[in-house]
Design a protein around this ligand. Structure first.
Ligand SMILES: Cc1cc2nc3c(=O)[nH]c(=O)nc-3n(C[C@H](O)[C@H](O)[C@H](O)COP(=O)(O)OP(=O)(O)OC[C@H]3O[C@@H](n4cnc5c(N)ncnc54)[C@H](O)[C@@H]3O)c2cc1C
Length: 410
């Protein structure tokens, strides 16, 4: 991949690598206990997002006219992949925090009215701690909505209704990345109870201070803990009529968010695997057991080869999927799901090798290897569970058979 990098990508990767090596990794190493601070707002010091801002990776996707870092559109998806991997190599929770801003910036620049783009992009550029969140999952439905079973009974439970010049939203979203501390929420809600999810879902821009919005809790996750996952409740939550992003066809419109989103997801996952390989390679070449450094023992060497192979396989599929998105290939959707699900299972295995090769040290919090294993486990379900991702793949391949709803025909 390195050979194909443009000058812009090379420079961004290098400054990002410097940020991760000089700021993020030392912070995580010196402050491993902070992950477990039960005051979510205290876990990540503001200085980290400020440092990310200085190297320009906080506002990727924001149009240049609003002060953002606009990437060359031809290679934007690859650049997102590159930067997401680098940051996740340092900490995947930090990467989670940042990539939500990139992905939602893409949605806003494509769907939001100009005055709202101006408002939110200017705020994002000016406020290093400002985070965005994308609210789809509800207690009664998540990634299965993307299959989708396009029938009313599988529709969003959160509902929105137009009353005069406002939209009134009622419902609950849970498991939302940045949900605890975001300043802006993109919310999906049912606006036609007779239609399936594809024809009856709308999306809205909902500022945190919208009347009727409350943040119910921060979820304490097993991995990616520097991103604060949250639960949001809407009780007669009101937003002005122009805060509607897409009416009734929000799920289709969101594919501009979801294709790069899956690439970014797999890239963050790859970054966790690269961190596991780097640290394990270092460990086995320095730690002595049985009179020799570990790597001299062939069983250890073989596991390292397996880790490296899985990482390269993930990288290759990821590159293929990123190119398919850029070129608008008809199989881009299937490839994105393949990259996401393949990465999640391969990188978990890479991290298992890392833990085992570290022996007892692999289980010790202060060593940080178990953190990589926990972080990797989070990716199994993120942006769709493994099973739902595979359903989506086979549905794209065989739309007339596997793609049909198994229940009664409408
Ligand atoms: C750290 C973290 C970050 C997240 N960030 C976000 C976010 O930013 N925005 C957001 O909207 N969501 C987010 N989520 C939610 C995430 O997308 C969902 O957890 C995931 O899609 C799985 O949905 P679920 O938890 O409701 O599981 P369920 O849907 O309850 O699934 C349970 C099991 O049933 C299977 N299953 C479910 N439905 C079907 C079906 N129709 N057919 C066959 N099998 C099925 C699943 O594969 C799974 O094995 C996040 C979750 C976490 C933990």
């Amino acid at each position: 991949m390195s050979r194909q990098l443009s000058e812009e990508q090379r420079l961004m990767r290098d400054s990002c690598r410097g940020f991760v090596d000089d700021v993020v990794i030392p912070f995580i190493r010196d402050n491993w206990q902070r992950e477990w601070d039960m005051s979510p707002g205290q876990r990540l010091p503001p200085a980290i997002l400020e440092a990310a801002d200085k190297i320009g990776v906080r506002t990727l996707g924001v149009p240049e006219e609003f002060g953002g870092v606009e990437l060359d559109r031809e290679s934007e998806v690859r650049t997102f992949a590159l930067i997401a991997e680098e940051i996740a190599r340092g900490d995947c929770g930090l990467a989670d925090k940042l990539v939500q801003n990139w992905k939602i910036s893409i949605l806003l620049r494509n769907l939001a009215p100009r005055h709202l783009q101006e408002h939110w992009f200017k705020r994002l550029v000016a406020e290093p701690q400002l985070l965005f969140a994308h609210c789809l999952t509800e207690p009664r439905g998540a990634s299965d909505r993307w299959l989708p079973y396009n029938v009313p009974e599988a529709a969003m439970q959160t509902r929105a209704e137009k009353r005069g010049n406002e939209w009134v939203i009622n419902g609950r979203k849970h498991f939302i990345s940045n949900g605890f501390d975001a300043g802006l929420y993109i919310v999906y809600a049912n606006t036609n109870q007779k239609a399936g999810v594809l024809q009856g879902t709308s999306s809205f821009i909902v500022p945190r201070d919208a009347p009727g919005l409350s943040v119910a809790r921060c979820n304490e996750t097993m991995g990616g803990r520097f991103m604060n996952n949250g639960e949001i409740v809407f009780e007669d939550c009101r937003v002005p009529a122009d805060h509607l992003l897409a009416e009734n066809n929000a799920m289709q419109k969101a594919s501009i968010y979801f294709h790069p989103g899956k690439i970014i997801q797999a890239s963050k996952n790859l970054g966790v695997g690269v961190a596991a390989l780097e640290r394990t390679a270092d460990y086995v070449q320095n730690y002595v057991q049985g009179g020799r450094v570990l790597i001299k023992h062939q069983a250890v060497a073989l596991r390292l080869a397996d880790m490296a192979t899985r990482i390269e396989a993930v990288r290759a599929l990821l590159g293929r999927a990123a190119d398919a998105v850029t070129d608008g290939e008809p199989n881009a959707d299937a490839l994105c799901n393949m990259a996401k699900v393949f990465a999640s299972e391969e990188i978990l295995k890479v991290c298992q090798h890392a833990m085992e090769l570290h022996g007892g040290n692999g289980a010790m919090l202060e060593m940080g290897i178990e953190k990589l294993f926990r972080d990797a486990a989070i990716f199994l379900h993120s942006d769709a569970t493994a099973d739902i991702s595979r359903f989506k793949i086979v549905k794209s391949l065989f739309p007339h058979t596997a793609g049909k709803y198994a229940g009664p025909e409408a």
